[in-house]
Design a protein around this ligand. Structure first.
Ligand code: HSC
Ligand code: NAD
Length: 725
């Protein structure tokens, strides 16, 4: 609701819809009523619009898009109504003014913001465009380049930047409402024409067409198949080519295209899924609603390799003082140098007055090889080599040295949390905190509870994720947890496709066209093929421990491809050795070129093993890779490893480069239709009976048998589980 009050000569309209004053139909109605009342009251000389509870508005109520016509139809005309008011209207922006919220402010004649407020048009991130005339007013106010940047990226900008751009007239450090009322009183009687944005021309840019063409190329490159950025661009271009009213018509048309594209639905699902996973629960009944986190005043990171460096950087950015520990001085110095470089880069990137800990001060960041310095820390994150014996040795040591309340976290990618915990005297305080590389950039934190992990430990890890500005997703303990476990069959299919006749560049292309940031072979070259090789050797799948006489392409009665092992035996570890599935310009190079040597190697391999090379079309590549990953997802849900499909989707979007506009793998499966996913898996499984990853999971079969229910009902077909959406 909105609330109308009249003080002196200034009427106050307060947007009120906790927690973020989203613009529901009811809010819009009272906003409209308030404007009309103020207009009709001769004692009112000016109007001030603000939001309840220190927040202007986060925009249209996203849940209301299921009845888009009514909501959308109402907002644009109200913004026009504000602008056409004969009495000056001032927006008092506190907290956030986003989307439709900012569009309301753009309809006002004056905007005043608190210094800590943030503004933006983030519609693009939920698959839409600013549909209440924002694509037409913003370029008129701040110019095309800045407006295009804000609208096509959806970024939030701090008030200080908004002032520089001319988006707001003034920023204040104290009471924004009082300042806005003062401003409203001051401008009573001044001409409003120049303040009406719809009447202003779009500022000229030299060579506008060339500028726009260049901008479009950039927008398309970054969109990777997502429609919204390009349509946002088109709406802004309309502002440069047509009068205001025509631009608005174009904006509405484009908005409708997006609304019915399916991508908006996927992105809005992803928005709510990310929020739903915060309400975690475990099968034993522990949950976010009853567990409280412990404070983390000081932390420690053990191991300053690839992951440890990023984790330290993340903690420093979150202003958590810490101790960074390595096994010897040589590795310590190497790690320290790398961390300092990362931190210097991050400090330069900090925006909007955000502060980073003074990392040169040893009280904040202390490098050491001495475990004794971990006595007083509240939380330790172990990031040493992926080796069970080493991890157990470290955890045993930690449980002797660290204070009794300290939480002991491991960054293992796949190992058993319970076995690691068994080396300690406090298994209830052992938990997996699985960061993704680069750890200071990737948003995902997979949080893995073991058999004995306490609810407090889970709540503390979730709190840590929040402090680090990451998305924490709580999952159960199994080999590879959720993310990597679903990745195994995907990568396995990709390699099998090479055996059967495809090429790395063909497989990568199909998956990158689907929207993945990077295909499986480019990804494997980036991460290093040796990582998986080491793990397969440890598991006895290859290397000296493999029993003599094991068939080359079979392990434990199942199909196995030795191709990645053979590449490693040739020293082809990927980018780091300048060759892997591709060729690179130099060791550490980034430009992947298809490698004739590899093509030749693949055909020799097929000859050796009597495999008939066949042409594999794009559909088969896509379906075998994606449906095997999704199939594993259903098995994970059935085992209770994750408490809902939204968990798997949030993990894939934030940790594995899954295209967000496809909503995550499980959401994607629901859009393809479970009967189709099942039929395809059955077909491929019949063709490859020795590949368990293609055998449809019992849960998928059950959901098809009960009539392909919508995603949010899936968990009700498993006992005692329910969706958080
Ligand atoms: C829009 O405005 C379209 C317009 O252009 C008009 C179109 C007209 C069409 C014309 C057609 C012709 N709605 O994130 P938090 C909930 S589109 C509903 O945890 P924070 C959120 O779900 C909108 N609910 O808090 C959560 O509840 P839950 C453009 C919304 O402090 C709770 O609020 N705006 C909501 O970390 C707290 O949120 C955006 O895209 C909304 N708009 O962050 C802004 N916004 O736990 C989206 C939030 O029960 N919002 N909720 O799920 C955000 O970015 C963040 O929520 C904030 C707060 C930064 C606002
Ligand atoms: P890394 O080889 O780059 O670094 C490991 C570091 O641990 C080395 O610097 C090493 O000197 C140090 N170390 C070894 N023994 C130690 C000891 N006893 N005390 C202190 N330090 C010791 O490895 P990484 O890639 O950073 O991986 C670390 C962990 O994170 C592994 O468990 C790995 O599975 C996991 N992980 C890796 C990635 C990734 O992409 N690299 C992603 C997620 C999780």
């Amino acid at each position: 609701m909105a609330q109308y009050a009249r003080g002196s000569a200034v009427a106050v309209i307060r947007l009120r819809n906790p927690p973020v004053n989203a613009l529901s139909l009811a809010v819009l109605q009272t906003l409209e009523d308030g404007l009309k009342k103020a207009d009709a009251d001769p004692s009112v000389k000016a109007v001030m619009i603000c939001g309840e509870n220190g927040k202007f508005s986060a925009g249209a109520d996203i849940r209301g898009f299921s009845s888009p016509k009514r909501l959308g139809g109402a907002l644009g005309p109200i913004v026009s109504l504000i602008e056409s008011s004969e009495k000056p209207v001032v927006a008092a922006i506190e907290g956030v003014a986003l989307g439709g919220g900012l569009e309301v402010a753009l309809g006002c004649h004056y905007r005043i913001a608190h210094v800590k407020a943030r503004m933006g048009l983030p519609e693009v991130t939920i698959g839409l465009l600013p549909g209440a005339e924002g694509t037409q007013r913003l370029p008129r106010l701040i110019g095309v380049p800045a407006a295009l940047d804000m609208i096509t990226t959806g970024k939030h900008i701090p008030a200080t930047e908004a002032l520089k751009l001319g988006l707001v007239d003034e920023i204040v450090e104290e009471n924004t409402i009082e300042a806005a009322i003062r401003l409203a009183n001051k401008v009573i009687g001044q001409p409003l024409g120049p303040r009406r944005l719809s009447l202003k021309p779009v500022p000229k840019v030299p060579n506008m067409e060339a500028f726009l063409d260049e901008a479009l190329v950039k927008v398309k490159r970054q969109a990777r198949g997502c429609l919204a950025p390009e349509l946002c661009f088109q709406a802004v271009r309309a502002a440069t080519q047509s009068p205001f009213a025509e631009g608005v018509r174009r904006e509405r048309e484009l908005f409708q295209v997006l609304l019915s594209s399916g991508q908006a639905q996927a992105l809005q699902y992803a928005f709510f899924a990310e929020r739903a996973v915060r309400r975690w629960a475990t099968p034993s009944g522990a949950s976010w609603s009853s567990a409280a986190p412990q404070p983390v005043r000081r932390a420690a990171v053990i191991g300053l390799g690839t992951m440890g460096q990023g984790i330290v950087t993340s903690l420093v950015k979150a202003n958590i003082p810490l101790v960074a520990l390595e096994q010897d001085l040589e590795n310590l110095n190497k790690g320290r140098k790398a961390v300092m470089l990362l931190l210097q880069r991050e400090a330069m990137k900090m925006e909007g007055g955000a502060q980073i800990l003074d990392f040169h001060n040893p009280a904040h960041l202390q490098f050491t090889v001495d475990f004794d310095l971990l006595r007083d820390v509240d939380l330790v994150i172990e990031a040493v080599f992926e080796n069970m014996a080493l991890k157990k040795e470290i955890f045993h040591k930690l449980s002797k040295i660290c204070k009794p309340g300290a939480l002991l976290c491991t960054n293992t990618s796949a190992l058993n949390i319970d076995e690691i915990a068994s080396a300690t005297n406090r298994p209830q305080q052992v938990i997996g905190t699985h960061f993704f590389s680069p750890a200071h950039v990737m948003r995902l934190l997979e949080i893995i509870y073991g058999r004995h992990t306490s609810p407090t430990a889970i709540a503390t890890a979730m709190q840590l994720a929040k402090a680090l500005k990451k998305v924490g997703v709580v999952v159960g303990n199994c080999f590879g947890f959720v993310g990597n476990r679903m990745m195994f069959p995907y990568v396995q299919q990709a390699v099998f496709l090479l055996e059967e006749g495809s090429r790395p560049e063909a497989v990568d292309q199909v998956l990158e066209d689907f929207g993945f940031k990077i295909g499986p072979f480019r990804m494997s070259d980036l991460a290093g093929l040796d990582v998986g090789w080491r793990s397969r050797k440890d598991q006895g799948l290859t290397g000296p421990s493999l029993p003599a006489g094991t068939p080359a392409r079979q392990r434990h009665g199942q199909r196995y491809s030795p191709l990645p092992d053979l590449l490693c035996e040739q020293g082809r570890f990927g980018q780091k050795t300048a060759r892997g599935w591709y060729l690179y310009e130099k060791a550490g190079g980034r430009t992947a070129t298809p490698d004739p040597w590899l093509h030749n190697f693949l055909s020799q391999y097929r000859d050796t093993h009597g495999i008939q090379t066949r042409f594999i079309d794009q559909e088969e590549i896509l379906e075998r890779c994606l449906f095997s990953l999704i199939n594993e997802g259903f098995a994970i849900l059935a085992e209770g490893i994750a408490s809902g499909p939204e968990h798997l989707d949030v993990i894939y979007i934030n940790g594995y480069g899954w295209p967000e506009h496809r909503g995550g793998p499980m959401f994607y499966a629901s859009t393809v239709g479970l009967p189709r996913v099942l039929a395809k898996l059955q077909k491929y499984s019949e063709a490859h009976p020795d590949v368990p990853g293609l055998r449809p999971s019992a849960f998928l079969k059950k959901l098809v048998a009960v009539g392909n229910p919508p995603l949010k009902e899936w968990m009700s077909y498993l006992s005692q589980q329910s969706s958080k959406l």
